[in-house]
Write a protein that binds this ligand. Structure first.
Ligand code: TYM
Length: 331
């Protein structure tokens, strides 16, 4: 069976972008057709200014939401990254494989380091080396496919480059993974600023639908979404980014084609109403299940403990092989 790995970073409350771009497909498709691992990648949350108690809280919440969105611990491996030492062990070897130049070229590093500097914060070294840790997450499991939203493509391409380079220099050790995206909503945009990604770490929440928002809040956010000048409902990312984003969200929620949907609407108002209804319906079962699961923290602990045991067993042989291949004496 195909090996799949993906992860979500507990830096903020999970959003509709995370759900439509990644989590929903993990639950509905990926866990059924593959040997899949999904991780709350908590070490990545330490690359920016953080509050320890908040990271702990968000890590549990993210794991609970992954279960609530349909991940089944009998079908896939769900675990917390820091519970499996192999990620950090392998990350160092990949830092010794990557170059400073290729790390600095990463768009996310450029954007986030600029944001930190603008707000007078220092830039953590781990923000620069983050892609080596992400590559370790993927390569430790000999992953073949990495299902993510569009914003992660560059990181997965770098992972491929590192795998190929390591294999060429030190002998075949890693599987070279490929990235996959959902057919629609691979990049859900902020409802107030359709030029930017709907991101959980964004400071202002008015354009971000969180998975745990009440139905009323979701409706309000969608109804207030920024649309474009003109009245025609057209699918055009360049000229009509606001409306196109709404069409993509509706298409993802209803399983329809966004271009076809565009033809079915005469006004922005009716489109917004249908988007609001569709999002509320898609999120309702997730919120309900989240509430049930949150009432039983011992169950989550057990799932994560078993998941980490299983993940460790899978990663260990590959990471040990990488240590030997690169020239380190076996312990
Ligand atoms: P993160 O936590 O930012 O996002 C988790 C997943 O959600 C997708 N996503 C989106 N998709 C569509 N539209 C959006 N607005 C949107 N926002 C987020 C992301 O593409 C991602 O799939 N570096 C990763 C976490 C990570 C990882 C990994 C992923 C660490 N190691 C190994 C895959 C494999 C991240 O920050 O995702």
């Amino acid at each position: 069976m195909k090996r799949i790995f993906s992860g979500v970073k507990p830096t903020g409350h999970l959003t509709l972008g995370n759900y439509l771009g990644a989590m929903r497909r993990w639950a509905e498709v990926d866990q059924h057709r593959s040997d899949a691992l999904f991780s709350v990648v908590d070490l990545h949350a330490l690359t920016v200014e953080h509050d320890p108690a908040r990271v702990r809280r968000l890590s549990r919440q993210a794991a609970t939401l992954l279960l609530a969105s349909g991940l089944d611990p009998d079908r896939c491996t769900l675990f917390v990254q820091s519970h499996v030492d192999e990620h950090a062990r392998l990350s160092y070897l990949l830092e010794c494989t990557a170059t400073d130049g290729e790390m600095r070229r990463m768009i996310q590093y450029k954007e986030k380091s600029a944001q930190a500097r603008e707000s007078g914060q220092s830039v953590r070294l781990s923000l620069l080396t983050y892609p080596a840790l992400m590559a370790a997450d993927i390569l430790a499991y000999r992953t073949e496919e990495v299902p993510v939203g569009e914003d992660q493509t560059q990181h997965v391409e770098l992972t491929r480059d590192l795998a190929v380079r390591f294999n060429q220099r030190y002998g075949h050790t890693f599987t070279v993974p490929r990235v996959t995206h959902p057919p629609v909503a691979a990049r859900v945009m902020d409802l107030q600023d359709p030029a930017s990604k709907m991101g959980k770490s964004n400071a202002v929440g008015a354009g971000i639908v969180y998975l745990l928002d009440d139905a009323d809040v979701v409706r309000k956010k969608v109804m207030r979404a920024v649309t474009d000048s003109g009245h025609e409902v057209a699918y055009d990312r360049e000229e009509r980014p606001g409306v196109t984003n709404l069409l993509e969200i509706l298409a993802a929620c209803t399983g329809r084609d966004p271009k076809e949907l565009a033809g079915a609407y005469a006004s922005y108002g009716t489109l917004k109403k249908d988007v609001a209804d569709a999002v509320v319906e898609v999120l309702r079962p997730v919120r309900e299940r989240h509430a049930e699961l949150a009432a039983d923290p011992a169950y989550l602990d057990e799932v994560l403990r078993k998941g980490a045991d299983r993940a460790r067993g899978m990663a260990r042989p590959t990471v040990d092989a990488a240590y030997r291949a690169i020239g380190l004496l076996p312990a």
